[in-house]
Design a binder for this molecule. Structure first.
Ligand code: MEZ
Length: 567
């Protein structure tokens, strides 16, 4: 035999040593992963062994199933390389050809054999999609007394929240007050509406803003650190809360959620794709049909279903359908962000809105799928074009910043920053490791590396530093000038806009109930997060996605649990 199974066999490892005595495999591949870790050590042990330029066992994906990368009977492939292109050698990758994406996808599809089963389970609440909203909804429903099953089609949990870099927007929090900052949820409403070009559902926006401080307290109660504050585009105060030192918010939150789910013994199933939401045909949901990677098709009967399956910015076909001009742009999303949650809901009568509103984030690293967080600009970096000049207020809304970059002849730009800005945002160290950052001892040397005029860049940096000193930016009216661009080292990052968030989706009301095509709330059916439309209008503000997942995830979870009790 080839692949890992063959390698194990050669080393006298029996099938049962990996699979367990019963030789059956559940969808979470529990025994396999337990046995992998039993022989090879856990992520911590392995991280010590695989320490190097890029350490796959200490990545932002956290402690996941070994089997997400290491396959027994097909070619293995590092999950990281869904988004990156690391020259990473992992055991039993097979030949380059065998481990190519296409082959891997084919093999994975073959694993999804449809062993039909008549198995029927039951739960109070089924949650579709284990990203941020799914975890929050599940934890909330569980804590409100419901028996919950959380289903995730991908081999790891986390969704797009896992990749979230910036933070959570919240107004009038204890962290803002501690720093003497004044903020007001009414301002958050105004700015969110303005950023969304007034196309948002104002009632949903009010719910978002007035529950945002409580959402931060909820995260802190689960064990999260949200003490650091930074400015996001389109906002007049530091409202984006994140872990100390500016660490990426997503991996931190997903670890907190995974730990909380484990503490509660929540039933979380990966490799478990919902293929149908079941309903009585009268707008009442009755459960879901699931395709387990190993267990095949089965049914879960439930009184309530919460759709938290995320958006579709990773789905080229769907993006191309709604916005043909964006089809070829890179996506910052995780590979599972393909929009099935919207289709499943629509099929049973949900109303779907704003599907053509697809957000282009201004700064993705050059030709990569790596998002360069808006917080880099929030920490003080400027945007410079290929002529070495600023061309836009860096903290305008994303739609405007992206349009300004795409209006440049090269359709790309550079972020330029100095030492103090780098030190204020630990994520920049990550971009350095990924080889996305140019570094130089002087502005002139940096200009040479960027291929722009040294005189122009020097004049740009000088003018910006003067604006910083005067606390006034006459050229572009940037309001927040937190740091100057000073040495000893200067840095630049080549950036291009890329697909980041889909604002459209399933219509919900303020109770997170899914609205049917007839305009009425459907029974027992809730949704939260990127699968929904209406919260962000036609352009989402940076930092508002995590707020959306927590605020509406909590509402959906609590309301589903209450409905189950009353039904
Ligand atoms: O909310 C976001 O999408 C966000 C803050 C992203 C980022 O640039 O970090």
């Amino acid at each position: 035999g080839a692949f890992l199974a063959g390698m194990h066999k050669k080393n006298k490892v029996a099938c049962a040593d990996c699979h367990g005595k019963s030789l059956t495999v559940d969808d979470n591949e529990t025994a396999l992963n337990k046995n992998c870790k039993g022989c090879h050590g856990g992520f911590k042990d392995l991280a010590a062994k695989t320490k190097g330029h890029i350490n796959p066992h200490a990545s932002h994906l956290g402690d996941t199933n070994c089997t997400a990368c290491h396959k027994g009977h097909v070619a293995s492939k590092a999950y990281c390389n869904y988004c990156h292109s690391f020259a990473m050698k992992i055991p039993a990758m097979g030949s380059e050809k065998e481990s190519s994406d296409k082959k891997w996808v084919q093999e994975t599809a073959r694993e999804k054999k449809e062993a039909k089963s008549a198995r029927t389970e039951s739960a109070d609440v089924v949650v579709i999609g284990a990203g941020g909203s799914g975890y929050v909804a599940s934890i909330s429903a569980h804590d409100a007394g419901a028996k919950v099953i959380l289903l995730e089609k991908m081999p790891i949990t986390g969704g797009n929240s896992m990749l979230a870099a910036g933070g959570i927007n919240a107004a009038r929090t204890r962290y803002q007050e501690r720093l003497g900052m004044h903020d007001d949820p009414a301002e958050m409403v105004k700015e969110t509406m303005k950023g969304g070009r007034e196309k948002n559902d104002p009632e949903l926006v009010k719910v978002l803003a007035y529950n945002s401080a409580d959402a931060v307290d909820f995260l802190v109660s689960l064990g999260a650190d949200m003490t650091d504050l930074v400015r996001s585009g389109g906002v007049a105060v530091d409202r984006t809360h994140r872990p100390v030192g500016g660490a990426a918010v997503g991996p931190h939150l997903i670890k907190v959620y995974r730990d909380n789910a484990a503490k509660r013994n929540l039933d979380v199933r990966v490799n478990s794709e919902v293929v149908q939401i079941l309903s009585d045909g009268q707008g009442r949901v009755t459960g879901v049909q699931v395709r387990g990677k190993h267990s095949g098709l089965y049914t879960i009967k439930a009184k309530a279903v919460i759709d938290t399956a995320g958006g579709f910015a990773a789905n080229n076909e769907l993006v191309g359908f709604y916005k043909p001009q964006f089809k070829e742009t890179a996506s910052s999303n995780q590979p599972g962000a393909t929009g099935e949650g919207v289709a499943l809901a629509e099929k049973i009568g949900a109303k779907v809105i704003d599907m053509e509103q697809i957000q282009i984030h201004p700064t993705m690293g050059g030709e990569t799928k790596v998002l360069i967080s808006e917080t880099v600009r929030g920490s003080g970096a400027i945007l410079v074009n290929h002529a070495g000049k600023r061309f836009v207020n860096e903290l305008t809304t994303r739609d405007k910043a992206s349009a300004a970059i795409l209006a440049q002849p090269e359709k790309s730009a550079f972020l330029v920053l100095g030492e103090e800005i780098r030190k204020s945002n630990v994520q920049i160290d990550g971009y350095i490791v990924l080889g996305l950052v140019q570094e130089a001892d002087s502005v002139a040397a940096l200009a040479a590396k960027m291929g722009v005029s040294a005189d122009a860049l020097a004049a740009t940096v000088d003018a910006y530093n003067k604006a910083f000193a005067a606390k006034k930016d006459p050229e572009f009216q940037r309001q927040d000038l937190p740091r100057a661009i000073n040495g000893p080292k200067y840095y630049s990052i080549w950036v291009k806009p890329g697909r980041h968030h889909t604002m459209g989706g399933v219509k919900i009301n303020t109770e997170a109930q899914v609205i049917g095509k007839d305009g009425k709330a459907m029974t027992g059916f809730y949704a939260a997060g990127e699968v929904t439309g209406g919260v962000h209008g036609w352009n989402r503000l940076g930092g508002n996605a995590i707020t959306d997942t927590v605020v509406f995830g909590r509402i959906a979870g609590n309301n589903a649990a209450r409905y189950v009790k009353e039904a």
